[in-house]
Design a protein around this ligand. Structure first.
Ligand SMILES: [Zn+2]
Length: 199
């Protein structure tokens, strides 16, 4: 069953950001539970909550663009993983080619056994051709993905800049709303200060 994603502006989605656009509240909660240090988890989950009041639209828009750019960059990073498969395919190709050369050498050497050797050579060559085809495909895809990734990361940097500018511009409003809605003591203006959670 798929539940609808909770998305929007959130307080303290990350320890070093006061508020930001979050695409998937539950996903972030799950991530915190699994990956963050034990003594931080309760504080993080307590402070991580949806912004109820109104933040300046320009700021919200910049945050949203920023989050979108980060997602795009991540997605392309995954695509680049495919490039690893290309390297694997290439290794197989090199291996197959080696065997083909070996088989050919044997064939030259042992002319008497040429029928057998030739069969092996053809087999090896077929494998090599197959591996090479895969390698060429993977290389093409890998190069495309890498390019898109680089583009996405550039956009991310741009969006991050705009987000930071908007945050600077509207800092008094953001701070005021934070005080009203969250009012936590852990935010020191830069990040969450974690206290030992005793339990
Ligand atoms: Zn707070």
């Amino acid at each position: 069953m798929k539940t609808k994603k909770i998305t929007g502006m959130f307080w303290h989605a990350h320890h070093d950001k006061l508020c930001e656009w979050c695409y998937d509240y539950q996903k972030r909660v799950d991530y915190i539970k699994v990956n963050k240090p034990k003594h931080e988890i309760k504080t993080r989950l307590r402070l991580f909550k949806k912004v109820k009041g109104k933040l300046p639209e320009e700021f919200v828009e910049a945050c949203k663009n920023w989050a979108e750019a980060v997602e795009a960059c991540k997605n392309w990073a995954e695509a680049v993983e495919a490039r690893k498969k290309w390297i694997e395919a290439r290794e197989k190709w090199v291996e197959a080619r080696k065997k083909w050369i070996e088989a050919r050498e044997k064939w030259v050497e042992a002319r008497k056994k040429w029928i057998e050797a030739r069969k092996k050579w053809i087999e090896a060559r077929e494998k090599w051709v197959e591996a090479r085809k895969k390698w060429i495909e993977a290389r093409k895809k890998g190069a495309e993905a890498r390019k898109k990734w680089a583009e996405a990361c550039e956009k991310w940097i741009e969006a991050r800049k705009k987000g930071a500018e908007a945050r600077e511009k509207y800092l008094p409003e953001i701070k005021a709303l934070h005080k009203k809605e969250c009012g936590c003591k852990e935010w020191n203006g830069k990040e969450i200060e974690f206290k030992e959670e005793l339990k």
